[in-house]
Structures are given as C-alpha cells and as structure tokens.
Design a protein around this ligand. Structure first.
Ligand code: HEC
Length: 202
C-alpha cells in the first residue's frame, strides 16, 4: 500500500500517476460483486431457486392444466342423464326452470307447456325424442328451420339444465286446451300408465 500522493516511477509520455489506494466504495463493490456472484450461482443453480422464466412457465402450466380439467369435466356434468333426472327431482331447480320457461319459452309453448307455435310439451309424443337428454339437446341446439330457437348461446348451461328439468316435469300434467300430439310416442322407463295407454290405443 502506497502512501498518499506518492508518485510511481512510471512515466507515460510525460504522464505520471500516484500510487494511491483504490477508493473504499470501489473495493466494496468489487468484493461485494464476487460474494453476490457466489450466492447467486449457489441459490439459482444449486439451491433450487427458480428464475422468473421458470416461474412463469410453471404458472402457465398450472393454467393449462386447469383449462384442460374444466373442459374434460364440464360437458358430462352438464348433459348427463343422471344429473338431469336428479335436477328434475329437486324443487329448487324446477322452480328456477319454471321461471326461465315462463320468461323464454311460454310465448311459443304456452305457460303450461300445452303448445301453440311450438309443440305440446306435456304429452308423451316427441318430435325429437322424449329422453331427458333429447329434450336438453333440442333446447340447446334448437330446430332453426322450424322456429325453435337454439338456447345454447343465450342461456347458461345450468339454466338449460334447469329448464330441461322443468319441461321433463310437465309430462302428464294435462293442461287445458292442449295442442294435438306431434311426433312419436315415447314411454318413460318404469312408467306403467304410459305403457298401458299405449296398449289401449294400439
Ligand atoms: C319462437 C318460438 C319458440 C320459443 C321461444 C321456444 N320454442 Fe321450443 N319449439 C318451437 C317449435 C316451433 C318447436 C318444434 C320444432 C320442430 O317442429 O321440429 C319447438 C320444439 C321444442 C322442443 C322439442 C319438442 C318435441 O316434440 O321434440 C322442446 C323440448 C322445446 N321446444 C323446448 C323449449 C324451451 C325449453 C324453450 C325456452 C327456453 C323453448 N322451447 C322456446 C318454438 C319455440
């Protein structure tokens, strides 16, 4: 370590320099940089710390997985026959379905489902099939060339399920002034009356 302002022997084309110590801040930065480097390499390359890019791709992968699982789960849960039949046995979903029916469907099917522009929804005859999944399907995709609206884009999947459950519950309610039967006879499983009346009329 030189003394303050002591000239070195060198003479560079007439330029001379002192042999002074480096400033403390500079030395601190120098050693600090080396220590930081070791800590950084240690933590990120050997200590399991993640770079921002790795964190990002981990988060993105989580989102993709979530998307994949909702896509995989949603359709069967929404359209399954069992789920729909269950809804049709629950008071709350039938009430919700009735509200939707009165608001959206009664204009063409009348308030009690007896039929006007659209067919009677209370009898055992169905143009597009009488299974609860058939009914849900017509409600969702509509019959555009016959004037039945596709409700898929207009209602939530849950609302379609509820109104489907409500339509299912209308069967056999015999409202006044029903529209004549259209389509084919569909006998519900376990429905003795439906089977008997089919035999009588045959
Ligand atoms: C603008 C009039 C209109 C509205 C509103 C309407 N429907 Fe229809 N719907 C029809 C017509 C017309 C048909 C008959 C289609 C055919 O002949 O194939 C039909 C058929 C159906 C069928 C099939 C019946 C069968 O015999 O297979 C169901 C179920 C049904 N509608 C339910 C609904 C529900 C639920 C709503 C309300 C969310 C609704 N409709 C609203 C006109 C309408």
């Amino acid at each position: 370590m030189g003394k303050k302002d002591e000239l070195l022997d060198h003479d560079y084309d007439g330029i001379q320099e002192y042999d002074n110590d480096l400033p403390h801040w500079w030395v601190a930065l120098f050693w600090g940089g080396i220590v930081f480097g070791f800590i950084y390499v240690g933590l990120y390359h050997f200590g399991g710390w993640q770079f921002a890019s790795q964190k990002l791709s981990a988060e993105m992968k989580k989102i993709e997985d979530m998307k994949a699982s909702t896509v995989a789960e949603a359709p069967p849960a929404a359209t399954g026959e069992e789920v729909l039949l269950q809804l049709a046995s629950r008071k709350e979903s039938l009430e919700a379905g009735k509200e939707i029916f009165i608001a959206k469907c009664a204009a063409c099917h009348l308030a009690e489902g007896q039929g006007l522009v659209g067919p009677n929804l209370t009898d055992d005859y169905w143009i597009h099939g009488g299974k609860i999944t058939d009914i849900r399907n017509v409600v969702e995709v509509g019959v555009l060339d016959k004037g039945m609206i596709a409700w898929g884009p207009l209602l939530k999947a849950e609302e379609i399920n509820q109104v489907t459950a409500y339509v299912w519950s209308l069967n056999g309610t015999n409202p006044p002034n029903p529209k004549e039967p259209q389509g084919e006879l569909y006998k519900r499983e376990g429905s003795v009356e439906a089977a008997e009346s089919a035999n009588e009329s045959a």
